[in-house]
Design a protein around this ligand. Structure first.
Ligand code: DX5
Ligand code: ZN
Length: 221
């Protein structure tokens, strides 16, 4: 069976008790913590930076932290998040002037590196960098906010990227972010995703374990 990863987005957590919110989703069975970094420049919202990532590590979080950079410029934040304890860093193809350099920088820090595609960003940005990618993140909403609806055209895009990954013969994680719910996760997996970010679907419910169990049973049965 495929190794499916469930990654709650702390964007929808209660920031007033973030440490406990992260502990709670991990205790409920989450595999990865998705960490959304917004700069009110590349996207119209402002969230959290490397200090908060470091604070989660100091709090005792040992699970992988998946840093999704929605910032411009990119490279300085790569260095800061590497120091702050990130495990994987992804950035948007349009946000870096030198995509190859940014990918190399992430890898020099020994972290998993990934490129993010907005719903309307074409896939040609993958050309010539597939060999440097550990993950590809497809946005299924326009970045900036939690709680939006999954954009259906992303399903075909997932199938297209899955083909490219399989043809490359490389072990690249295909991550999906935006509007993922218990109701659509199976269809999204069938289109080729293997890592699922979910913010409002998990943190919007009282019982995190119930939602994560339901997602896993959709994926595995
Ligand atoms: C949106 C963020 C997402 C967001 C997803 O820009 O990248 O990670 O938290 O939230 P939901 O799962 O609520 O769509
Ligand atoms: Zn995200």
């Amino acid at each position: 069976m495929k190794n499916f990863l469930i990654a709650p987005s702390i964007l929808s957590a209660n920031f007033a008790s973030l440490g406990q919110e992260v502990d709670a989703v991990l205790a409920a069975g989450a595999d990865v913590i998705h960490f959304d970094v917004m700069d009110n420049h590349y996207v119209p919202n402002l969230t959290i930076g490397p200090m908060i990532c470091k604070a989660l590590r100091d709090h005792g979080v040992t699970a992988p932290i998946d840093v999704h950079l929605m910032v411009r410029p990119v490279d300085h934040m790569i260095n800061e998040f590497a120091k702050a304890g990130a495990s994987m860093i992804t950035f948007h193809a349009e946000a870096s002037d030198h995509v190859d350099r940014s990918l190399q920088l992430i890898k020099e820090h020994g972290l998993k590196a990934g490129l993010v595609f907005n719903p309307a960003t074409p896939l040609h940005h993958l050309d010539y960098v597939m060999d440097k990618l550990d993950m590809i993140l497809l946005m299924s909403v326009n970045p900036g906010f939690g709680g939006q609806s999954f954009i259906p055209s992303t399903l075909q895009k997932l199938r297209d990227v899955r083909q490219l990954i399989d043809a490359s013969g490389r072990d690249i994680i295909l991550e999906i972010d935006g509007g993922v719910k218990v109701d659509n996760i199976r269809e999204i997996a069938e289109a080729g995703a293997d890592m699922f970010v979910a913010g409002s679907a998990i943190y919007g419910q009282e019982d995190y374990k119930k939602v994560i169990d339901e997602m896993r049973s959709e994926l595995e049965n």
